[in-house]
Design a protein around this ligand. Structure first.
Ligand code: 16G
Ligand code: ZN
Length: 557
């Protein structure tokens, strides 16, 4: 039994972790993120709230210390709810409130949450924590633990983990081991077992299209100099040499995310530093905490080809759709995207694959929630974050079919494949390691090389730009961030600009992780896309009080 929380102790702890200035922190799309040297009190206080959350849910909750793809000097923290999902939105305000009150207001602020949520503070609390490889993560982890201990709670610190591994641990803890063993080894065992089983089952007999290129099991990984580079090597030990992975940017030299990692590759649409691909070689890139994955390669003409989250989603959706229809199950399968999804991917899914597509605002929590509305919900952000969610009903039907002796052996095999596929997907959050294993299985099953996969549809050229403005919160959006409602005149101006080009689309939104406004454009050619992105950026600069130098036209214009 844990000690009951003591307001005095929580307050006393602030002496060791004082707020240094009046900087206001907001629990944003992915928790708190800021320069690491400002975060000590934020971590301490996140520990206090995590304990209240755990008491209120009567279950273990997780706290991950990472700033994902941000530069190494930043760090961050996010809370993970009992089933491994992102913190319930209504609690985001509580965390922000606690983090922003004065030191002497802490006890009262905690009491307010206890009263509002009717929390029984004699309830035992348990916190599960992990961290990425940032140099600041160790001491921030201690600040968090100080907060947890001040509340009289118990904790388990897993040390270095990828973000999705920690989400997995939280779910395992709260499901009595039904989801998996709450150990790092347990995570590798679960994934590798499902991978090896699925690989055996997807024998060519029931594979429909066989590509020309031929599957290759060699992969070159850009590990972003982060935790994913370390963990993939642990995973490999369990894969019976099914994959050969050369790890570049493994953290032994370069800085985390510096000129590398999935975010860099997506934005620059080019190879990261430290990984110069040979033509045709299959390359992948993780982000700093390994919850994103992108594929890329250099084609025969030396052109960089990116297979982003949209391409991954279409590949997975088509594979699952085939298996589901092979079994003869009636399951409602859908794909969830954001405004950043390439227009070609949406058209391909809807028009060619006849798969329903939903569009939601940026941020994993929005995608995850929407995907839960389907029997099989495949969600991916274009930036490479995504996974597949199976409803309980879908899972039960699949498991039952896999054991149904009255089905033909083809149908049963397809059901067994789906059953292994469920175990191969991280049902809590996007997971670069699990996604890699799933993509590799599908390519293997289809005898596909990356170029076979890439030929499904051609991405429209696209460009993302950033604009610095005085106050990005004046930009309001609607329609899953595809349109702006303020400042006045901005949407009309964007509409006019978009009309000038073919197959064009553009939107702007305030970033949830940086103090900037993001601009996205796509059109028929790269030249037109770059021009449209520039013109829209200029409008944002003019109508939303841009600061610094105005955006410059694309080179040569
Ligand atoms: C965070 C989100 C990611 C989103 C990105 C957008 C989570 C776990 N991560 O990294 O999904 O794509 O923010 O950043 O939700 P932005 O708001 O700066 O464009
Ligand atoms: Zn990440």
């Amino acid at each position: 039994m844990a000690n009951e929380w003591s307001p005095t102790q929580a307050r006393r702890g602030t002496a060791k972790h004082p707020r240094k200035d009046d900087k206001v922190f907001t629990y944003g799309t992915a928790g708190f993120r800021a320069r690491a040297d400002t975060l000590d009190p934020v971590l301490y206080r996140s520990g206090l709230v995590a304990v209240l959350r755990s008491m209120s849910k009567k279950a273990a909750v997780g706290v991950m210390i990472t700033a994902s793809h941000n530069p190494e000097c930043d760090n961050g923290v996010k809370l993970i709810d009992p089933m491994g999902e992102m913190l319930q939105v209504s609690w985001e305000k509580y965390v922000s409130d606690i983090v922003n009150v004065r030191d002497d207001e802490i006890s009262d602020a905690l009491q307010k949450i206890i009263d509002e949520e009717k929390i029984d503070t004699s309830q035992a609390a348990y916190i599960i924590t992990g961290r990425d490889t940032r140099p600041s993560s160790c001491s921030l982890s201690q600040s968090l633990i100080d907060g947890v201990v001040a509340m009289g709670a118990e904790y388990k610190d897993y040390g270095l983990l990828t973000t999705p591994q920690l989400h997995y641990m939280v779910r395992c803890h709260n499901t009595g081991g039904r989801y998996g063993e709450p150990l790092e080894e347990g995570y590798y065992k679960k994934l590798s077992k499902a991978f090896l089983q699925l690989r055996q089952k997807v024998t060519p007999e029931f594979q429909i299209p066989i590509g020309e290129g031929g599957y290759k099991n060699e992969i070159f990984l850009d590990g972003a100099n982060g935790v994913g580079a370390l963990k993939v090597q642990q995973l490999l030990k369990h894969l019976d040499d099914a994959l050969k992975i050369t790890v570049c940017n493994d953290g032994s030299q370069g800085k985390l995310n510096e000129n590398c990692g999935a975010d860099y590759v997506k934005l620059h649409q080019g190879a990261p530093k430290g990984l110069i691909p040979e033509a045709g070689a299959k390359c992948i890139s993780f982000d700093g905490d390994a919850d994103r994955i992108l594929y890329f390669y250099k084609d025969g003409n030396g052109k960089f080809q990116l297979l982003d989250g949209d391409k991954i989603a279409t590949l997975i959706a088509s594979f699952i759709k085939e298996l589901v229809s092979e079994v003869g199950l009636s399951l409602n399968l859908g794909v969830v995207q954001t405004a950043y999804a390439n227009g070609s991917s949406t058209r391909y899914l809807e028009d060619e694959m006849k798969v329903p597509v939903a569009c939601v605002p940026t941020g994993v929590k929005h995608l995850h929630r929407k995907a839960e509305e389907f029997d099989v919900g495949i969600y991916f952000e274009a930036n490479g974050h995504g996974t597949v969610l199976f409803s309980q009903d879908a899972e039960e039907k699949i498991r039952a079919a896999s054991k149904d002796g009255s089905l033909s052996s083809e149908k049963r095999l397809a059901a067994e494949s789906l059953s292994s596929l469920i175990d191969l997907t991280n049902q809590t959050v996007g997971d670069a390691l699990a996604d890699m294993l799933l993509v590799e299985t599908i390519l293997f099953a289809r005898h596909w090389d990356v170029s076979d996969w890439n030929s499904a549809y051609t991405d429209l050229p696209n460009r993302q730009l950033k604009v610095k403005v005085k106050d990005r919160t004046i930009i309001h959006t609607t329609d899953a961030e595809r349109r702006t409602t303020s400042p006045a005149g901005l949407q009309d101006a964007i509409d006019e600009l978009v009309k000038k080009y073919t197959k064009a689309r553009s939107f702007v939104r305030p970033s949830g992780t940086e103090d900037i406004v993001r601009v996205y454009a796509e059109a028929d050619t790269q030249e037109n896309t770059d021009m449209l992105a520039y013109e829209v950026s200029l409008k944002v600069f003019q109508l939303a009080q841009g600061i610094g130098d105005p955006p410059q036209p694309p080179a040569g214009k």
